[in-house]
Write a new protein. Structure first.
Length: 270
């Protein structure tokens, strides 16, 4: 069904079906909560950080005397034909040589713990509709969980927007300060960076999320990414990049060039 909520509920063509699906989804959420069909789990961390070129160094503590890990970012290379900069996520973190204090957050969240048992039971009873609906509900819930945790980070855990007070529509428009990009998405398209998040946050131990060799996460209703608080931070796509940057990225990560090219199939511009 294609349309925007809540307008779709009154659509002349698909409104009736939309209302039925909405009611079924609400009932599924109610049953999932009552019967324990799925659980939510998450872990976050906020670390002292500084940018060095296109890399972001995370430090163990406020003394910044020991680098905990490095986040590797990619920079836009497409000629925009105007004064707009070619951005990288590292631009949203204070450069190390400025001496300024900055931070970056990491997160991993899921709403799919235990879901497979319920899905298998539906499938066993040849109830594909509810099997698919439960998985779809879990996918929507993890996005809601991500929105909730981002709000708590802004107002509570990190506290850089402690006085934020936004209504639902403003949250949907992302009128708040900060972004939460995820590896594999346009601003940071290379999936292997998920491994750093998993290692630093001990994600599997703390949440039950596991990651495959191809960097897929299970349960499927899982997400991991970064928190940036820069006032001008916004989402963007890296787009096509040239061989020189791919080679530099491979060198910085200590990866084979061919392997990096494998993980960046839609970004290779040569």
């Amino acid at each position: 069904l294609k349309g925007r909520y809540p307008e779709i509920m009154d659509d002349a063509l698909v409104g009736e079906e939309a209302r039925k699906l909405h009611a079924d989804a609400l009932l599924m959420i109610e049953n999932a909560a009552a019967k324990g069909w799925l659980e939510a789990a998450g872990v976050i961390g906020i670390f002292p950080a500084n940018a060095v070129g296109d890399e972001i160094e995370l430090f163990c503590d406020a003394t910044r005397s020991h680098v905990l890990t490095i986040l590797h970012t990619l920079r836009q290379q497409t000629d925009k034909g105007d004064d707009r900069p070619n951005r990288a996520l590292a631009d949203y973190v204070a450069p190390k040589d400025t001496g300024l204090t900055d931070h970056v957050g990491l997160f991993a969240l899921t709403t799919g713990i235990g879901i497979q048992e319920a899905v298998r039971e539906f499938e066993k009873n040849h109830d594909d509709y509810n099997a698919i609906l439960l998985q779809s509900v879990a996918d929507r819930l993890v996005e809601a969980f991500a929105e909730l945790m981002h709000a708590r980070v802004r107002k509570e855990f990190w506290g850089y927007a402690a006085n934020e007070s936004l209504q639902n529509q403003a949250l949907i428009r992302e009128d708040y300060r900060g972004i939460r990009p995820a590896p594999g998405y346009p601003a940071c398209p290379e999936h292997s960076e998920k491994q750093t998040i998993f290692d630093i946050l001990s994600v599997s131990e703390n949440t039950g999320i596991v990651m495959t060799e191809s960097f897929s996460m299970h349960p499927a209703a899982s997400i991991c990414g970064y928190y940036f608080a820069h006032p001008q931070a916004s989402y963007f796509g890296v787009g096509k990049i040239d061989r020189d940057q791919v080679a530099d990225y491979a060198r910085r990560k200590g990866m084979d060039l061919g392997l990096v090219e494998k993980w960046l199939p839609t970004n290779i511009g040569y």
